[in-house]
Design a protein around this ligand. Structure first.
Ligand SMILES: [Zn+2]
Length: 396
């Protein structure tokens, strides 16, 4: 508890001086505007925000933990709402009791550890039991999904050894764990995967690639890129942090928009500052978001499957007052990533030449640590953070 309070103090001490801070999950179906309405804050507040900030307000996900502080009369004093791994929205009353908006960097913590887990039951069950986090097993399965490892064949006596990193916020997992290296031993045979920092893909210890090729097509013919992806940028003139969680393609109103890859439509409708928006879910944890559409292709319905290149809608400027463009968002396991980086990424082949030599050399210490951990008589005790049922009392 002390550690939690300490984290809390360094995170928000300058923002909340006293009183009770509520720690809440963002309700399903709540939009930024309905949230403001609950506290009697005028819609004007939202409409006066800059374009970039309006988009960020549409990035709030149901279930997001946020921190809220009310005045004695129940009005909103201030609230902090994370919208990405880097940025949170801060709405607060200034000394004149007027509401102000700013974006602040998130002071998350990150730890890294190597753990070895003997299989008693199943990989998913045993990893969650040891770490409290169901996401670690999901990530492990994802990086071994192509190749000859069959988790269902694992038995008592087999084990997994993993080096991973996890960000935490207020003592709770924040985002997905990132596996840097893993070994799965089945019936005495060791299988490895290591993340290559150079291209963010996974290879075995000999540099063989497994990730299935993934091609995203740029979803329209555009005039120019009017705004690039930025996770967190300090604007020296405005003296504030900005973020843009997608790529803006300027194009004439009515220009056709196509699905960037095969997938299933999971959202068709208005999404706050994103205006008329379609979200498509793809395999491997990817989602694409197409915002500010003038209108949708009337054939497109929620829940339907689409193929890469299917016509889904038309360029517009709904949700914002600026000119027509497509805001394309790309998410991997719920985390916004740069669409252009993935679109430009080609097939995953095995590494060759100098890249292979450098990769094999770089993974040596990690490989040694992973093997050593699995051999230890008393292995590291995994950090245990409960992702699902964690509760705390942060009343001060
Ligand atoms: Zn945008």
């Amino acid at each position: 508890m002390f550690k939690l309070l300490f984290l809390f103090f360094i995170t928000v001490t300058s923002l909340f001086s006293y009183a009770e801070v509520k720690e809440l999950q963002w309700p399903k179906g709540e939009s930024f505007i309905t949230f403001l309405a609950k506290y009697g804050i005028s819609e004007r507040f939202y409409y006066d925000l800059e374009k970039e900030d309006k988009e960020l307000c549409s990035e709030i996900n149901a279930g997001t933990w946020h921190y809220l502080y009310e005045n004695e009369d129940g009005s909103l004093n201030q609230v902090l709402i994370p919208v990405s791994q880097e940025i949170q929205l801060h709405i607060y009353q200034d000394t004149n009791k007027e509401y102000k908006f700013q974006t602040l960097p998130i002071n998350y913590n990150e730890f890294s550890e190597t753990i070895a887990i003997p299989i008693q039951n199943s990989v998913a069950f045993d990893l969650q039991k040891a770490t409290g986090d169901p996401m670690l097993a999901a990530q492990l399965k994802a990086i071994f999904s192509h190749g000859d490892v069959n988790f269902r064949k694992m038995q008592k006596g087999d084990f997994v050894s993993i080096n991973y990193r996890l960000r935490t916020l207020m003592g709770r997992p924040f985002g997905m764990p990132v596996i840097d290296g893993a070994m799965v031993e089945i019936n005495g045979k060791k299988h490895f995967r290591f993340r290559n920092l150079d291209d963010d893909k996974y290879y075995d210890e000999k540099g063989n690639g497994f990730t299935k090729s993934y091609f995203f097509k740029i979803p329209l013919t555009y005039s120019r890129i009017s705004s690039h992806f930025t996770k967190k940028r300090y604007h020296p003139v405005l003296k504030r942090y900005r973020a843009h969680l997608g790529t803006d393609f300027a194009a004439p109103r009515g220009r056709k928009i196509y699905a960037a890859a095969d997938g299933k439509v999971i959202f068709v409708g208005r999404k706050g500052g994103y205006g008329k928006t379609i979200i498509i879910k793809h395999t491997n944890g990817y989602r694409t978001l197409y915002a500010h559409q003038n209108r949708f292709n009337s054939r497109i319905k929620n829940g339907m499957r689409v193929r890469k290149g299917d016509h889904i809608g038309y360029v517009g400027s709904t949700g914002l007052s600026s000119g027509p463009h497509l805001h394309l968002g790309l998410y991997k396991n719920g985390v916004a990533i740069n669409p252009l980086k993935v679109i430009k990424r080609g097939n995953t082949k095995s590494l060759k030449g100098a890249k292979k030599t450098a990769f094999i050399k770089s993974l040596k210490p990690l490989k040694d640590a992973i093997i050593l951990e699995a051999k230890k008589e008393s292995p590291n005790l995994p950090t245990k953070l409960d992702r699902l049922s964690y509760k705390s009392d942060l009343a001060l």
